[in-house]
Design a protein around this ligand. Structure first.
Ligand code: GLC
Length: 463
């Protein structure tokens, strides 16, 4: 409840006026590709997945009240931190198959993936040169597996299937000796470094260099990467107390022209699109955006998670797309590396829906009034086609007519075509110009939503 209220407050106040548009033509082209793709599969996988607890955050004493709930109560904070950081010694997702993950993404209609290369706990799922805290180090049992470089094997499988690839990377690294003293043991940890950066700039400089090296390593060795998705919004700015991301991204673009960067919620030139988290903005935004939203209740795998229904997911996607955004739908793989069954079935339902109605989703742009009652609107990028998506409510089965409101600005409605079947759907225009769509007997509506192409004629006679 509180979370919802907070999200609503935040939604209303999402201020994008400081958004800095990148004028580089290669970046602009990448933004267009990003906007066309519409739907990305986000995945949080890491040490936390093994035990089914909140990702990384239980390491922070200041955040323990919400994040450490699933942890044994009689464990002291220090004992817990040690046990958590030791999870690299048991991380062994023996049933991880990169092609299964990538196939599930394709099957679900996703056009790109966003994968946790490193979360705040610092454990790297790739063969970084800059720390031994990684899947490929001998300390981790999974290192003996040929798929131990999870990022490489997964990204390769994705690109082989035409999926875009975004690297989630945490700016904070709670395992690094130049972030927290002694891995936070004996320290009352907060999300920030355990020391005053200003009083020890050389130490922070080491952390800056480490971050730069790791990011360039990903871009140079795991590419082409479409976007660096930089989480950890509390580390910001430019200059000695920052991570100098402007320079890092400029350097990375020498390897990958047009690379996007999402330094979350900073409104700097390293935030090529904005990333509302766990909510959809109330209205279309004037800047490129992507809502990241969990399919279940958590980012990482939880044993007893609750999953959104296929209807909720389809409606969520339509809401996002009608407002001109992208949806990053998050799934947390299981400790053994497989995707949870409830997630797979939902992704399949989404993929089935997109196969039939995806023309009204992919590559579209905002079509005012974007929503009206049970209808949402989109248009093709070239503005030649307009789509109306009817969001069926649960139990709507008996409705053979639907009021199609809010389209008078589009001109006079001439024809309605059901995208899934190509059938022309009759309608009547009432005296007050409202349109009633009349589904013919035998029309088999979709369980969640149906998309239609709306052919209209402007008063001038042109379409
Ligand atoms: C939140 C969580 C973080 C997660 C992120 C994904 O910020 O705290 O752990 O990775 O959402 O957007």
């Amino acid at each position: 409840m509180i979370a919802l209220a907070f999200a609503a407050l935040f939604a209303a106040s999402l201020d994008v006026s400081h958004y800095v548009e990148n004028k580089d033509p290669a970046v602009k082209a990448s933004i267009e590709t990003f906007r066309d793709r519409k739907i990305g599969l986000m995945m949080h996988f890491g040490l936390y997945s093994q035990v089914g607890i909140v990702e990384s955050w239980p390491l922070v004493d200041e955040d323990a009240h919400w994040s450490r709930r699933e942890v044994e109560r009689d464990l002291s904070s220090d004992a817990f931190k040690k046990a958590y950081f030791d999870l690299n010694r048991s991380f062994n997702p023996v049933r991880y198959r990169p092609e299964d993950w990538a196939d599930a993404a394709v099957r679900g209609g996703f056009k790109y993936v966003i994968f946790t290369t490193k979360h705040h706990d610092g454990f790297c799922l790739y063969d970084t040169k800059y720390t031994d805290y990684k899947t490929t180090a001998p300390s981790c049992p999974y290192s003996a597996n040929p798929r131990a470089d999870i990022v490489k094997t997964f990204f390769d499988a994705c690109r082989a299937r035409g999926l875009g690839v975004t690297a989630y990377f945490s700016k904070a690294d709670w395992h690094h000796p130049d972030y927290w003293d002694n891995c936070g043991v004996g320290v009352r940890t907060t999300r920030n470094p355990s020391y005053d950066i200003e009083k020890d700039l050389p130490r922070w400089k080491r952390f800056q260099d480490f971050t730069r090296n790791q990011l360039l390593e990903l871009v140079r060795g795991y590419g082409p990467i479409d976007c660096l998705w930089l989480d950890g919004c509390w580390i910001y700015g430019e200059g000695p107390k920052s991570l100098n991301l402007h320079d890092v991204v400029a350097e990375a673009r020498k390897t990958t022209p047009g690379l996007l960067a999402v330094d979350r919620w900073q409104c700097t030139d390293c935030e090529d699109y904005v990333t509302p988290e766990q909510y959809v903005p109330d209205e279309p935004l004037t800047v490129p955006w992507e809502s990241c939203i969990t399919l279940a209740d958590n980012w990482g795998y939880h044993y007893d998670d609750g999953y959104k229904s296929p209807r909720q997911i389809v409606h969520l996607l339509v809401d996002v797309v009608a407002k001109g955004g992208n949806l990053a739908l998050n799934v947390g793989p299981m400790p053994d590396g497989r995707l949870p069954h409830p997630a797979v079935t939902r992704l399949e339902a989404l993929g089935d829906w997109l196969k039939k109605h995806g023309t009204a989703i992919y590559g579209t742009r905002v079509q005012p009034p974007h929503k009206s009652g049970v209808w949402a609107f989109t248009r093709s990028k070239d503005a030649k086609r307009v789509f109306g998506i009817l969001l069926w409510k649960d139990g709507d089965r008996e409705h053979h007519t639907q009021l199609l409101g809010g389209i008078s600005s589009l001109g006079t409605l001439k024809k309605i075509v059901h995208l899934a079947t190509g059938a022309t759907i009759p309608f009547t225009v009432r005296a007050d110009k409202s349109v009633v769509v009349e589904f013919p007997a035998g029309f088999r509506r979709d369980a969640y939503a149906d998309a239609f192409e709306l052919f209209t004629e402007k008063e001038t006679g042109a379409k």
